[in-house]
Design a protein around this ligand. Structure first.
Ligand code: GLY
Length: 401
């Protein structure tokens, strides 16, 4: 009896000694603090970048070059809507008047893209800028811009093929359709609701259905480019443009498709899109090459190469929205991954220190590795979906009760 007592005493003493010697586990900040801090710092960064852009009429920021010098582009570059769109999200958070002025000014710079009919990016360009502006201010003149943009995008839909053509035809592809195109469908869904003309949403549904049929592999990863024969409407090629190989899972492409189906379920209520979104989510979350911090390598088949912060941000934002549409167990699983991603992106590993990174918010994006273009750099769309995801976390997780 006595020896048992002594053994217990020794065991307890041992546990205390081990506790005392081990380094104390750092207490993780709570998400509210992380979000507030990240957004306040982002507001400061974008005010500086915005002022710089005010001195460059007609241009939008794009990235940094190898000498850390700002690279700009005209509104015709596919990313033109993201800088104004991020300004709108930052305005939504704090109602800062200086940010509002910048948001309006940078949005106006994109307006001429409402007439874009030679590529599919009109959705990104017009809806991220004017769409957010309309949502937050109700500015009536923005309605016409967005509706015109939707009409322009619709001209790229071919009834026989049943898809919107992404890029122009060339020697390699007659009718290329890329997975990214799923993102442009939100513009069409909006246009039907606004105009009462169901043509727009019907195009979006047909495109989304055919993309499920043709773009996805059995494991629910997707090809980047599917090209069609314009005479027979049959698939002529399954390729990549920005991924490691035709058969690989280019990270940002996977997240464009994922986000696109979550959005299409929100917009149409069609269960097949929810089902597709869940399948893609499971592919991404369970992928053996998804790193511990949950920020994907630029291609899921290129482990230990560059990370792509933009893919991490897009995935986090889509997971948070998907968490609102599924049962509690799945919801928790998706929020846990998204939270890990946001903690990673808001950490020193990805979130730029004050006065660095050309005042873009995030570091470590990859534009197109096969073209050695925009390697390990800031990207305006990484910033956009990161801030969107932070606001979604705040809305869904912190303000819901
Ligand atoms: N849509 C082009 C890209 O994601 O890089």
């Amino acid at each position: 009896m006595r020896s048992t007592f002594i053994r217990v005493l020794i065991a307890v003493a041992f546990i205390f000694a081990v506790e005392a010697c081990s380094p104390s586990t750092p207490v993780e900040k709570d998400m509210e603090e992380i979000i507030d801090e990240a957004i306040m710092k982002s507001v400061a960064k974008y005010k500086v970048l915005g002022k710089e852009m005010q001195g460059m009429p007609g241009l939008l920021p794009r990235t940094l070059d190898e000498h850390e010098k700002l690279v700009t582009a005209t509104s015709a570059w596919w990313t033109s809507g993201f800088f104004p769109g991020t300004l709108w999200y930052l305005y939504e958070y704090g109602k800062d008047e200086e940010i509002l002025t910048l948001a309006k000014e940078m949005t106006a710079r994109v307006e001429d893209q409402k007439y874009t009919t030679d590529n599919h990016d009109v959705g990104f360009m017009i809806y991220c800028s004017f769409g957010n502006g309309l949502r937050l201010t109700g500015e009536d003149s923005y309605n016409d811009v967005i509706l015109t943009g939707a009409e322009s995008l619709s001209t790229r839909f071919n009834e026989q093929i049943g898809l919107i053509q992404s890029w122009g035809s060339n020697d390699k592809w007659q009718y290329p359709v890329i997975i990214d195109n799923m993102m442009n469908l939100e513009l069409l869904c909006w246009a039907s609701k606004k105009s009462g003309d169901s043509t727009f949403v019907n195009i979006a549904i047909t495109h989304a259905d055919n993309t499920i049929k043709d773009h996805f592999r059995d494991d629910h990863s997707s090809f980047h480019v599917i090209s069609y024969d314009t005479v027979t409407a049959e698939i002529e090629a399954r390729n990549t443009h920005q991924g490691l190989s035709d058969e690989s899972a280019w990270a940002r492409g996977q997240t464009w498709g994922f986000y696109g189906y979550v959005m299409m379920f929100r917009e149409t209520g069609l269960e097949r899109y929810l089902d597709q979104a869940v399948k893609i989510a499971e592919f991404l979350i369970d992928h053996p090459n998804l790193p511990e911090d949950k920020i994907p390598y630029w291609d899921f088949n290129a482990p230990n190469e560059e990370r792509d912060a933009s893919a991490g941000a897009i995935m986090a934002s889509a997971l948070l929205e998907l968490s609102q549409f599924v049962d509690d167990a799945k919801s928790k699983r998706y929020v846990d991954v998204a939270e890990r991603q946001l903690r990673s992106l808001a950490s020193d590993d990805y979130f730029a220190k004050d006065g660095t990174n050309g005042n873009f918010i995030l570091m470590h994006g990859v534009g197109s590795k096969p073209h050695n273009s925009e390697m390990d750099v800031p990207l305006t769309y990484a910033d956009y979906y990161f801030i969107e995801a932070l606001l979604r976390y705040k809305k869904f997780m912190l303000e819901k009760s």
